[in-house]
Design a protein around this ligand. Structure first.
Ligand SMILES: Cc1cc2nc3c(=O)[nH]c(=O)nc-3n(C[C@H](O)[C@H](O)[C@H](O)COP(=O)(O)O)c2cc1C
Length: 216
């Protein structure tokens, strides 16, 4: 165990892949996001769509988890979840949220902050209808974030729901759907040598995105 502690405390990575300058970035942060996302896809980054989502309860307690980005359009970022889950309940009461992407092979991080709303019923239906049958059953079966007595309880529920809902007729449960983050802040991070990383952020002032550099 001592070795593990030593190993972790000594891990060091020097980032040398690239640089990020004020003159390189797009004046529109969403266009800059799409550019980096495309480069990450082209680089075949594993789980490129995985983002770290943070919410804050009404008692000011933060909590974080990974979710998949599913749709993105003009400063909005959507993911799908159970509306009764811890995250959705927190976000529907306190809409302030943050998402973070980390793409180690590119030595890049993107941080986005904003506020959350439910996606439209039509958007949620549309996404649900594209999911494989097993995932649709999963959405019905899982009371996400609530206690289970055993794994068996979940598996029995799945079997029972499969008898109830046929692939041709299964529809979206009302308690499951999309949440959409509307961005009001972006930061693009490019790892550099000796911890002197590049951080370029975008803040909105009078509806205009202002580009600023912040210290690493
Ligand atoms: C790679 C990965 C992708 C995930 N994608 C989703 C997702 O898109 N939606 C979702 O509700 N949970 C997703 N999860 C599960 C969440 O991390 C989390 O366990 C779950 O949503 C319950 O979180 P909560 O109790 O804070 O609401 C994913 C987990 C991983 C590791």
């Amino acid at each position: 165990m001592d070795d593990l502690h030593k190993h972790i405390s000594k891990l060091r990575e020097d980032f040398t892949n690239g640089t990020l300058n004020e003159s390189d970035v797009n004046e529109d942060p969403f266009a800059q996001f799409e550019k980096w996302l495309q480069q990450a896809v082209d680089s075949k980054i594993h789980e490129v769509q995985a983002m770290h989502l943070s919410s804050v309860s009404l008692e000011n307690k933060p909590s974080s988890r990974i979710v998949y980005l599913r749709e993105f359009e003009k400063n909005t970022f959507s993911f799908y979840t159970n509306y009764n889950s811890k995250k959705a309940q927190e976000l529907l009461k306190n809409p302030n949220a943050a998402i973070t992407f980390f793409w180690p092979d590119l030595e890049r991080q993107i941080r986005i902050e904003g506020t959350i709303e439910k996606t439209s019923v039509a958007q949620s239906d549309n996404y649900f209808n594209q999911r494989p049958y097993e995932s649709k059953i999963g959405a019905w079966a899982s009371e996400q974030s609530y206690l289970l007595s055993s794994r068996k309880e979940l598996e029995q529920k799945v079997e029972q729901l499969k008898k109830q809902y046929k692939p041709e007729t299964i529809t979206r449960p009302e308690f499951w759907g999309g949440l959409i983050l509307k961005a009001n802040y972006y930061e693009f991070w490019q790892g550099r040598k000796s911890r002197l990383h590049d951080r370029i952020c975008y803040e909105q002032e009078n509806n205009i995105w202002k580009i600023k550099r912040i210290a690493p």
